[in-house]
Design a protein around this ligand. Structure first.
Ligand SMILES: Nc1nc2c(ncn2[C@@H]2O[C@H](COP(=O)(O)OP(=O)(O)O)[C@@H](O)[C@H]2O)c(=O)[nH]1
Ligand SMILES: [Mg+2]
Length: 492
């Protein structure tokens, strides 16, 4: 039995190597670090600007620029006179913060200078820092790269941080913050842990299959873990497009017959004159796309040509483009003139566009539909009159704004369905990279299930594990050894 344990330990000792060779996107080598500095707040005149440094010479840089020259207490704001170390010329009276590593954003010694935000102050301090030996200007993203290299952030957290910096809508901010908090990383790590267990079971069977001391049913246990994981991954992948829409914007397309008020609605929702509004039918021909924040969700709103047949070649091309854009829509705002529902163009639109979209297929791959009856101000007080075949709809007047509040409420619900609600539910996959690795993991689990050869099965689990760890950009393998001794009673 001891020979068996040793061989298991030796095998496990090789895993890190085998697994790590696949981790091309794993943790970076921090390397011999220069000390970097940069303006971390926005460019231009402002009240306060934040300049920071990271690296071993940070403390020296702080002492070189400040009076008195001793380091301030760690992580406490201190008011200091900053001066140019070459000439002694005063530059600013500023708050400075000293973050000795590893308790800092990058894990290295860091300093923050909160200076007055005038361009001359900022450039004076940056120049002074550049004159301190061992300091150089930071490259784009270098602070975050160092935080990743020192294990302060996982890859998904790095992505969350980037998304948070770029977030323009409330939902994007919420989603990014959740990812920065490591929710997606935690989930992937718990999946990787499940795989580690399954792998440990299979490897143990390979080594001790004949051994009476091995617990019974280890392979069945591994199969069970894999099945559970497959279900979880599958559910997440089905939702994958939602997170990506939340990050880059949902495609909302306004369509309808000519003169229904499509361009008026696009201008109303975007609060700017994106499209020409005119009583002349066929005014809009190109697809006009504008990014808007709709009820807190990022949206790419498209105005399109009115759908009608038998028009000149230019408008025909517009209609072709409109139909093509409809195919790419996540949500369709179908618009009709409420005072003109019985017209041939309205009936034709209801039959050829609204009815097919209304019967959504169960896989959810067709876009969602919202029918809006515009120009309610032209209706008699008793309403639009009998329209028995009309699917659920909303009344709106782009002219008076009546019904706009209700439309925005419904849009919020529809967009939450399209993008996923970042305040609830499991963390979303916001990038194609996440989707790629989860799919890779799922494919590898498929191979695991198919093969009868235990060595190939173990290899498939390693491939699956590799995908999950690459998703978060790290992950050690000593954990496999730990689990073997924790979870098993070999030789008990
Ligand atoms: N009475 C009324 N007229 C509207 C309303 N919305 C748009 N219109 C008018 O309808 C005409 C066509 O509007 P437009 O937005 O260009 O329609 P599109 O062809 O569907 O893009 C214009 O003269 C608008 O001023 C509305 O709610 N009430
Ligand atoms: Mg138009």
């Amino acid at each position: 039995m001891w020979r068996g344990l040793w061989s298991l330990a030796a095998r496990a000792a090789h895993w890190p190597h085998r697994l790590c060779t696949r981790q091309s996107s794993g943790a970076l080598d921090p390397g011999p670090a220069a000390t970097i500095f940069a303006l971390s707040s926005g460019q231009g005149r402002c009240g306060i600007a934040v300049i920071r440094t990271s690296g071993p010479a940070s403390g020296h840089a702080l002492r070189s620029l400040t009076e008195p020259r001793n380091l301030p207490p760690a992580r406490k704001a201190s008011l200091r006179l900053l001066s140019d170390p070459r000439s002694g010329e005063p530059l600013d009276r500023a708050l400075v913060l000293w973050f000795p590593g590893p308790q800092s954003f990058t894990g290295e010694d860091c300093v923050e200078f909160h200076v007055h935000g005038g361009p001359a102050v900022v450039s004076g301090v940056l120049e002074a820092l550049g004159s301190v030996p061992g300091l150089r200007p930071a490259e784009a993203g270098e602070f975050t790269k160092r935080a990743f290299a020192h294990g302060k952030l996982s890859l998904t957290e790095v992505e969350g941080l980037a998304d948070l910096i770029h977030a323009e809508t409330e939902s994007q901010r919420r989603q990014a913050l959740r990812q920065l908090d490591g929710e997606l990383g935690h989930l992937c790590r718990s999946w990787a842990e499940t795989l580690t267990k399954a792998l440990a079971h299979v490897e143990a069977y390979i080594d001790f299959g004949e051994d009476d001391n091995l617990e019974e049913g280890v392979l069945e246990q591994a199969d069970k873990e894999v099945r559970k994981l497959e279900v979880a991954l599958d559910a997440h992948l089905r939702d994958a497009r939602r997170g990506q829409r939340l990050r880059s914007g949902a495609h909302v397309v306004v369509t309808g017959p000519p003169n229904a008020g499509k361009s008026s609605l696009v201008n109303l929702l975007s609060q700017k004159p994106v499209s020409i509004v005119s009583p002349e039918p066929g005014t809009t021909r190109d697809v006009l796309e504008t990014p808007v924040d709709l009820a807190g969700f990022p949206v790419l709103l498209s105005d399109t040509a009115g759908l009608r047949e038998g028009v000149g070649p230019v408008e025909q091309e517009g209609v072709r483009r409109a139909r093509k854009r409809l195919e790419q829509a996540d949500l369709v705002l179908a618009m009709l003139d409420a005072s003109n529902l019985a017209s041939p163009s309205s009936c034709n639109f209801l039959d050829t566009v609204v009815a097919p979209l209304g019967t959504r297929n169960p896989s959810g791959s067709s876009p969602r539909l919202l029918l809006v009856l515009n120009k309610s101000d032209l209706l008699p007080p008793e309403g639009p009159g009998p329209c028995p075949d009309l699917p659920p709809h909303l009344l709106l007047s782009c002219l008076t704004g009546a019904g706009l509040h209700g439309l925005l409420e419904v849009l919020k619900k529809e967009l939450a369905a399209v993008c996923g609600d970042p305040s609830t539910g499991p963390p979303l996959l916001t990038r194609a990279r996440h989707q790629h690795h989860l799919q890779g993991c799922l494919d590898a689990l498929g191979h695991y299930k198919q093969t009868k050869d235990l060595a190939l099965a173990a290899e498939a689990l390693r491939v699956a594990w590799g995908h999950l760890t690459r998703l978060t950009g790290g992950g050690g393998t000593e954990e496999i050894l730990d689990i073997i001794f924790q979870d098993f009673c070999v030789g008990k």
